[in-house]
Write a protein of this length. Structure first.
Length: 339
């Protein structure tokens, strides 16, 4: 009995000491974990948001690939994609600092360079050919239109903006159809298929993947595939990725991060075209057969063949009166190392 009382007394005196010791061990463990977490956070790169202008067409594939593959995140950037109805509005947003980077037709970039030299810089451009293209001129399957001459007096739908209206007018002009012979109806790209199906227009100048909707559903036929590359220039430098030079001056590291992310996307498209097509269909509200799509990679502007094609593009636009003075693409293109 005495021994039991003695053991109970020892246990009662020892228990508080054990509890205190346990508390100290837990406190120490928490402090170590907190230091580890703090260390991990401090070692992580700081992320900053970038705003990117885009439209839901195949020309913006590099935007979608860079986001989907995490190329922006790899550079410490958080992408915010902002959709615009026209490339003109996207350009206005960039010039007014509402977005950090945009992608769009080279025509607009050249036009800004001719009017406000040095404001923009373009670091990647795509190249369209008669083998790898995204543009079509479609008519309704039941239409009696079988030639360009048949378009006289008709309504031709196209995406809103200077680029598309300029291109369709010059394509038709090259085939003997004057601007005054047609009525151009501008609308949002995604509305073009249904406008043709409802016969609100007689023809549409349209890009992938919207073009594929009309063709796959069977209510459209192609009056011309790759009309830009066939009747204007081949190759056709359809557009580029561009930023303001003031961003490079103000925050060169951020600018280079943006450029690196897009260059990775351009390389990915070139190396994995089928995967790139699948990514495209995740970012546009359309269901089409990916095998009937074309993937347009982006090319570094330091490539001499690309520069030559782009200069031909600029000179063509001058000849057609779209540009009021000649633009040397060397003044627009960015060639400094970005690594």
């Amino acid at each position: 009995m005495y021994r039991n009382h003695k053991q109970r007394d020892i246990a009662q005196r020892t228990l508080p000491l054990l509890l205190i010791l346990l508390f100290l061990l837990l406190l120490s463990s928490c402090t170590i974990q907190e230091k580890q977490i703090t260390s991990q956070i401090s070692s992580q790169p700081s992320f900053e948001t970038i705003k990117i202008a885009y439209k839901p067409t195949a020309h913006y594939l590099s935007v979608f690939v860079a986001k989907d593959q995490g190329f922006f995140q790899q550079e410490g950037l958080v992408p915010e994609l902002i959709e615009f109805d026209t490339s003109n509005l996207a350009m206005d947003a960039l010039l007014s600092d509402q977005v950090d980077v945009a992608r769009g037709g080279l025509l607009l970039q050249l036009k800004v360079e001719s009017e406000k030299p040095g404001v923009l810089t373009t670091f990647l451009v795509n190249k369209q050919t008669t083998e790898n293209f995204v543009d079509y001129l479609l008519v309704h399957k039941e239409s009696a239109i079988n030639s360009f001459a048949d378009l006289k007096g008709k309504k031709v739908g196209t995406a809103a903006g200077l680029i598309e209206t300029t291109m369709i007018k010059n394509i038709l002009k090259a085939n003997g159809v004057a601007e005054t012979d047609i009525q151009v109806i501008e609308m949002k790209p995604t509305l073009l298929p249904q406008a043709l199906e409802a016969k609100q227009v007689d023809a549409v100048y349209i890009y992938e993947p919207e073009a594929n909707i009309a063709l796959e559903r069977g209510f459209a036929k192609a009056l011309a595939e790759h009309p830009s590359e066939t009747y204007l220039l081949n190759p056709w430098i359809g557009g580029g990725v561009y930023i303001k030079t003031s961003l490079i001056e103000r925050n060169p590291q951020k600018a280079k991060k943006i450029m690196r992310a897009f260059k990775k996307a351009g390389q990915f498209i070139a190396d994995h075209p089928d995967e790139a097509k699948e990514i495209l269909l995740q970012y546009v509200p359309l269901k089409v057969d990916k095998n009937k799509l074309h993937a347009l990679p982006e090319f570094d502007v330091s490539d001499s063949a690309i520069r030559k094609a782009a200069q031909m593009h600029a000179d063509f636009l001058l000849e057609k009166g779209v540009l009021q003075k000649r633009v040397d693409v060397d003044d627009l293109f960015y060639e400094q190392p970005i690594e």
